[in-house]
Design a protein around this ligand. Structure first.
Ligand SMILES: *Cc1c(COP(=O)(O)O)cnc(C)c1O
Length: 412
């Protein structure tokens, strides 16, 4: 008899979104009329179509694939050079950041990369993870056997949880104790908070002192509206020696269904072998990528490249302005409804305090039943998310305005 990976059995039953799906289905099955009014502000998925520059590039690339002379088979596993160069130039070097083309690895998603990165890290690392958090960071470590069992509150043994609260602006401060690997997500899903330069400087300082690696998830970088908020961890001196950055075209270019992302692994980033020798992680990630991945499709890489054209950039701006316009409408609506509101300034998520004595799931049920709006209960993102819920700004403007109205009519 073959053995399975027992670590999977430690995962808390009922990943957040299936449970939301079950409750929404039960509600819709019992209320055909209310189901017609349902507005989904739950899952973090874009709603607006791909930019015209992207669809034009897709059509062109498809045509190339249909002609012998321009047909492409396997491409470089780590991405075509023209895309890596465009990314390094536009996202980093044009902004004064020192990132080389061959430090960019093109992939099929940041979610995948956040999980896959564990392949090149050892099993004895002490992990620091924010609470609340994007569940992928925790669950992939559970699967890899890096944690103990979950307790009643859903917290796993061996993880150092970093509480995010109003008092720290929902950005955790470095722990007093030693950790080796740190997950940071800014702008943040689910809280909508964005780390200031000082907060990131404190983390880079800590990582350099502790020879730790920061895994920096910048999936929402394009949503930053305040001028002083860093867009990349590499804006902080020393980060090239301690940080990997994940970026994605999902939330800026609307690529959630198209699939393309990138990871930056600086060649100056080292980690230690069992015997304490320093080695660059870049060569391990290159090896991992070329061994386990066969690259993103040529067609999709051409589509991603189009996001960096003048038209593409303007169209991405338009998408961000659309969603952030929604965020403003939702923030204002929730505040007028008497709720305490965070986020929604540098990220497309509004993080709302539930009224006194109301749990996250009670708020979810209330908003579903009385306002016919799907939100996400904060407790699904970690124990410190209890007492909050997340409203996503990924929607049409009409829906955002309607949700704002319904929140104000809600009697708690
Ligand atoms: C949406 C999202 C991503 C992007 O994931 P993809 O796999 O690239 O679609 C990454 N991190 C966070 C926190 C996200 O919310």
């Amino acid at each position: 008899m073959a053995y399975l990976n027992d670590n999977y059995l430690k995962l808390k039953a009922g990943y957040l979104f299936p449970e939301i799906g079950r409750r929404v289905k039960a509600f819709c099955d019992g209320n055909a009329v209310a189901a017609q009014r349902l507005i989904r502000c739950g899952i973090g998925d874009v709603t607006e179509p791909l930019p015209a520059a992207v669809t034009a590039a897709l059509h062109k690339a498809v045509a190339e694939m249909g002609v012998r002379a321009t047909f492409k088979g396997y491409g470089p596993e780590q991405g075509y050079e023209w895309l890596r160069a465009a990314i390094a130039q536009h996202d980093f070097r044009d902004k004064g950041l020192d990132v080389a083309d061959d430090e960019i690895f093109v992939s099929d998603g940041s979610k995948c990369d956040c999980g896959n990165i564990l392949d090149i890290l050892g099993h004895k690392n002490k992990l620091a993870i924010s609470d609340p958090v994007y569940p992928v960071y925790v669950d992939t470590n559970v699967m890899a056997g890096h944690t103990g069992e979950a307790n009643e509150a859903g917290a796993y043994g061996k993880i150092v949880y970093l509480p995010c609260r109003p008092s720290n602006g929902f950005i955790p401060e470095p722990p007093k104790k030693h950790v080796d690997v740190i997950y940071l997500c800014s702008p943040n899903n689910p809280t909508g908070a964005a780390a200031t330069r000082e907060q990131l400087q404190a983390w880079v300082k800590y990582a350099l002192e502790h020879k730790a690696v920061i895994l920096f998830d910048a999936a929402y970088e394009a949503y930053i509206s305040e001028p002083d908020i860093p867009h990349s961890i590499y804006e902080i001196p020393g980060a090239r020696e301690c940080a990997i950055e994940f970026r994605s075209f999902s939330k800026n270019g609307g690529f959630t269904g198209t699939r393309c992302a990138l990871t930056v692994v600086p060649k100056s980033l080292n980690a230690q072998t069992k015997s304490g020798e320093l080695k660059p992680l870049h060569s391990l990630w290159l090896r991992r990528t070329t061994t386990k991945f066969n690259g993103v499709s040529y067609i999709i890489q051409r589509a991603a490249e189009a996001l960096y054209s003048d038209d593409g950039k303007a169209q991405v701006r338009g998408l961000i302005e659309h969603y952030m316009g929604n965020a403003k409408v939702l923030r204002t609506g929730a505040r007028k409804a008497g709720l305490k509101v965070f986020g929604g300034i540098n990220a497309p998520y509004i993080w709302v305090r539930t009224p006194k004595g109301v749990t996250s799931w009670q708020a979810f049920d209330k908003v579903l039943n009385d306002a016919n709006v799907v939100i996400t209960p904060g407790s699904g993102f970690g124990s410190k998310g209890e007492g909050y819920f997340r409203i996503s700004a990924f929607n049409s403007r009409a829906n955002a305005e309607e949700v704002s109205r319904r929140l104000q009519e809600l009697k708690w």
